[in-house]
Design a protein around this ligand. Structure first.
Ligand SMILES: Cc1cc2nc3c(=O)[nH]c(=O)nc-3n(C[C@H](O)[C@H](O)[C@H](O)COP(=O)(O)OP(=O)(O)OC[C@H]3O[C@@H](n4cnc5c(N)ncnc54)[C@H](O)[C@@H]3O)c2cc1C
Length: 390
């Protein structure tokens, strides 16, 4: 996006990427539906960035969710608003949009240099790249770093740029997994029988905050939308030790209604699992309840309802960062000046997930990447104008 803005203003732009093809994480993001942004009112939208909102607000207002949708339409790809307010391109996936975008960039004479891994600066301050053949050194007027965070390194970056910047005195906060699963020490039964099974229409409760959705059991723990949405809260609580997360298996029934239902649907000779199933709690839910009670399920309907409304699960750690949707941490805001330029390295800008912010899924991640890149493109053009006096 920064390349498009700068090239659109007549500058020579070269994009170097370590992979064979550009935007591979963008393509991966589109695999299950490219959620570009969200349609909610801008003030609600901005609140999704939590404490980092002030750092991102002016960039997002200047290149807003509406601007992003108009930009897509300008590339020939209309967008639609899904039931949850999330915005997707009509084709749903990333590849058609990316193709059109690359064609536009080609028309603007943006050059791509694949398989160029940036490894730092040379003595003469030229950018240094490792390539499959020989090392390459390039002198530039302005550098825009868009190297991403360390999640999914197979398609994106591995965050090794961190030491290249810290060696130059730039403060970079440690990376942490965001929008990711959590680890739970399941019994063999749970991981063997229920790995991959969603717990439908549940609520995940952490520190009295409830998020509804379908958490999914994995071999190592839990993942899925409501777990991702709670991942910041869980991660921060984990710094004080293991965390007890509660799962409400019946969030639409209060405890009295569930007790009445359990009482009503009990049949003599039923196993506990069958009894729970009659009351609408599926086998995966019953198994979670067994895990939480060392297989000693209460026989009293009220006690059983209490358990089903708040099944305690001990989370021991976050899943590995390389499987997270995004990362927290990155270049500290104290290092960033106007136009997302590094205070200590004039002429070097930083965009996207390299910066120290995080947000839930819902289109907030890509929107902030697009908006910061658009802001940097504009700032780079303005700085070059004042430098050259054109
Ligand atoms: C499975 C998955 C699904 C997602 N779905 C969505 C979604 O639907 N909506 C949403 O908003 N967000 C989604 N995201 C998050 C979104 O993809 C990222 O937030 C976004 O891609 C970050 O953009 P970026 O430009 O900062 O970094 P990246 O997209 O990671 O791009 C960084 C680029 O820098 C290159 N690079 C890194 N280091 C070097 C180096 N040293 N030298 C040369 N090149 C280097 C990498 O090869 C890469 O091409 C998803 C992420 C994942 C993993």
């Amino acid at each position: 996006m920064a390349a498009e803005v700068a090239a659109g203003a007549g500058h020579d732009v070269v994009v170097f990427d370590q992979h064979r093809s550009p935007a591979r994480k963008f393509v991966l993001a589109g695999r299950g539906g490219l959620n570009l942004t969200h349609s909610e009112p801008i003030d609600v939208f901005l609140d999704r960035y939590g404490p980092e909102r002030p750092h991102l607000e002016s960039a997002i207002r200047a290149f807003s969710p509406d601007d992003l949708r108009a930009w897509c339409a300008g590339l020939g790809h209309e967008t639609f608003v899904g039931t949850s307010g999330r915005v997707f391109p009509n084709e749903f996936r990333a590849v058609p949009l990316l193709r059109s975008w690359l064609r536009r960039l080609e028309g603007l004479a943006v050059r791509f240099e694949p398989q160029h891994r940036w490894i730092g600066w040379g003595d003469d301050e030229a950018l240094q790249f490792a390539t499959p053949s020989q090392p390459v050194s390039v002198r530039v007027d302005r550098t825009i770093l868009a190297l991403g965070g360390p999640s999914w390194p197979r398609v994106g970056g591995d965050g090794s740029w961190r030491t290249l910047l810290t060696d130059r005195g730039v403060r970079v906060e440690a990376f942490q997994p965001a929008n990711c699963g959590v680890d739970v020490e399941w019994s063999g039964v749970m991981s063997d029988r229920f790995s991959g099974v969603p717990i439908k229409n549940a609520a995940v409760i952490v520190e009295d905050q409830e998020v509804r959705g379908d958490p999914v059991v994995t071999r190592a723990g839990l993942e899925g939308g409501p777990i991702y949405a709670q991942s910041r809260r869980i991660r921060e609580a984990l710094t004080k030790g293991s965390v007890s997360v509660q799962i409400d298996l019946m969030p639409d029934l209060d405890i009295r209604a569930l007790t009445a239902r359990l009482t009503d649907r009990r049949r003599s000779g039923d196993t506990a699992t069958k009894w729970l199933r009659r009351a609408g709690i599926p086998a995966v839910g019953a198994s979670l309840m067994r895990e939480a009670t060392a297989n000693q399920l209460p026989k009293d309907p009220f006690e059983l309802a209490q358990l089903a409304k708040a099944v305690p699960i001990t989370v021991t750690s976050m899943s590995a960062i390389d499987r997270a949707i995004s990362s927290a941490g990155g270049v500290a805001w104290t290092e960033i000046g106007p136009g997302f330029e590094l205070e200590s390295l004039p002429g070097v800008h930083v965009v996207g997930e390299m910066l120290d912010w995080e947000a839930p899924t819902g289109g907030y991640l890509l929107q902030a990447c697009f908006s910061t890149a658009h802001a940097v493109g504009r700032a780079a053009v303005a700085s070059e104008l004042s430098r050259t006096g054109d």
